[in-house]
Design a protein around this ligand. Structure first.
Ligand code: NAP
Length: 502
């Protein structure tokens, strides 16, 4: 199918109907762009919050801040909203703004090729589309990482990854093991330790835990916010201000905020874990914030329950019955939960994506996963990768990030509509310069503070934004057109990483 196309009303394919895809569809429409196709691989909207349904799933960013700025939600039940309320919020907004009706569900994008000035798409249902722009709103953490542990497949009990929770398995009274102690595992441990017969937590590396107390919102709290977008915005701004000036500042080089956050995380551990042996096991040997800070006010209580044990001896293999640690102990289990995280550098892949000249995304990223301003890939005209590498993810609202990026993308599309850019394609030089600028800022961040984390790429470089949030917003306020090709370049530029170009 060929879409209607004029410079004024370009055709846009949005891939994914999660938080970012919904937002993009709403904002494209507001900008007068009506020829929008939204492809969603699953049967309903929601992305992360559709896929993560594990016990205790919640967002550790305050709910009123984890909300679209144009659609405050007075109905949040908790300061840290639970997964089901977040999913309901997105479903409500998506249907209210007419996005859900537009989504093509159970239809993923398999082929995506740029030729003759257009994107040629083929979906899993065999449908063909030809569009001017493609927006990959495919999220970051959605490819489960299964641990490479010998014997994993031989395990005879129930076993699943946290993002593929098997709700048919009842954990009550069972011998449960969980591998991992990240943000996901922590939320699960707090919840399932209440009912499991015995829970063994297999910890490879301890985590810094920050105690942010949750709060239930009363009917009176909600009533005060109903119909008052201004008050909700104020609340969101207050949380955002606190988060930026504490956590964001602490991880990006703010010495005072880092000292404060470190002191609080240390105090949390000292105050809540009295047993010196257990405390030693739970004490990290890297800087606070090096790994994404885990927020929990209940984890230390949970780990000290009588039915919970913390196992820090390394895992040697998985047997038919359970987990065998390197001291030879076999921990027999009925259920094994893999809270082992995700592959954060896949982004929109797997997808047969080729840009100008037939270069594939796997070739483009074979040496390093980089982009220009996280969003644009040289060689891939009119293609945007939302929440791409070096977006300022961390302990902050990813919705705020998507809103800033969406605005930037719309400004670029507008330049195209006005004819100021023949295609929207960042130059290789701009990408290289941008990535060198990122690298220059990394040295003062805590992510290079001696720990292993999903923030780091294969070279050990953090795929994070090393400067302040304010700086990021300012730099995305207006696209710098000098960083884009004014006319389609005649040849493909050789691909270089920032290091190779230096
Ligand atoms: P994660 O932070 O990557 O943690 C994975 C855990 O599995 C780590 O403890 C890791 O140990 C362990 N692990 C991995 N492979 C292992 C192996 N072979 N043997 C033993 N242990 C192994 O993953 P996650 O907890 O799913 O969190 C990912 C991200 O999702 C978070 O950082 C956060 O950005 C996001 N998230 C957010 C929220 C929220 O409330 N906003 C909630 C959940 C998740 P090592 O530390 O030793 O590598």
């Amino acid at each position: 199918m060929t879409h209607s196309n004029s410079r004024k009303n370009p055709s846009v394919a949005v891939i994914g109907a999660g938080m970012t895809g919904i937002l993009m569809a709403i904002k494209l429409r507001e900008a007068g762009i009506t020829d929008i196709t939204i492809l969603e691989k699953a049967e309903k909207i929601g992305g992360t919050w559709r896929e993560n349904t594990y016990p205790g799933v919640a967002c550790d960013v305050p709910a009123h801040m984890y909300t679209y700025s144009f659609k405050g939600n007075p109905e949040w039940r908790h300061r840290f909203a639970h997964g089901d309320e977040i999913q309901s919020y997105f479903e409500k907004v998506s249907s209210e703004y007419g996005v859900t009706d537009q989504v093509r569900f159970n239809e993923s994008l398999d082929e995506c090729h740029y030729r003759d000035g257009k994107w040629h798409l083929t979906t899993s249902k065999g449908n063909d589309l030809v569009v001017d722009f493609v927006v990959a709103a495919t999220g970051i953490l959605h490819h489960p990482a299964y641990p490479d542990i010998q014997g994993l497949d031989s395990y005879q009990g129930d076993m699943f990854h946290t993002a593929r929770w098997n709700h048919d398995v009842n954990l009550e009274g069972k011998r449960v093991g969980i591998i991992g102690t990240g943000s996901t595992a922590t939320q699960i441990i707090c919840e399932i330790s209440k009912t499991a017969g015995h829970l063994t937590v297999f910890q490879r590396t301890p985590q810094w835990i920050f105690n942010l107390a949750d709060k239930d919102y009363s009917e009176a709290d909600k009533a005060r916010l109903r119909g008052n977008q201004g008050r909700m915005a104020k609340l969101a701004n207050r949380y955002a201000f606190i988060m930026r000036n504490s956590f964001t500042a602490a991880v990006t080089g703010g010495k005072v905020s880092h000292a404060l956050i470190s002191w609080l995380a240390n105090r949390n551990l000292r105050k809540n874990v009295r047993d010196p042996e257990l405390r030693a096991k739970l004490t990290p040997d890297y800087k606070v914030g090096c790994k994404r800070l885990v927020m929990s006010s209940t984890f230390f209580d949970a780990i000290q329950r009588d039915n919970v044990s913390l196992e820090t001896t390394g895992i040697e293999r998985i047997s038919e019955q359970g987990v065998v640690t390197s001291d030879g102990t076999e921990h027999e289990l009925d259920v094994l939960i893999l809270a082992t995280g995700f592959h954060p550098f896949n982004f929109m892949r797997p997808m047969n994506l080729t840009g100008r000249g037939g270069v594939s995304i796997d070739e483009t990223w074979s040496r390093k996963v980089q982009a220009y301003r996280s969003l644009c890939l040289p060689g891939y005209p009119n293609f945007f990768l939302m929440l791409g590498p070096n977006s300022p993810i961390g302990n902050y609202s990813v919705i705020s990030m998507s809103e800033v990026q969406t605005q930037y993308v719309l400004k670029l599309i507008d330049q195209w509509r006005q004819g100021n850019l023949e295609t929207v394609e960042a130059t290789e030089e701009a990408k290289t310069r941008f990535n060198a600028y990122l690298k220059a800022g990394m040295g003062k961040t805590v992510w290079v503070g001696g720990c292993q984390s999903w923030y780091l790429d294969a070279d050990g470089d953090p795929a994070m934004w090393p400067y302040s949030w304010e700086q990021w917003v300012k730099e995305l306020e207006e696209p710098d057109l000098d960083d884009f090709h004014r006319v389609v370049p005649a040849k493909i530029e050789p691909l270089k990483t920032a290091e190779e170009a230096a």
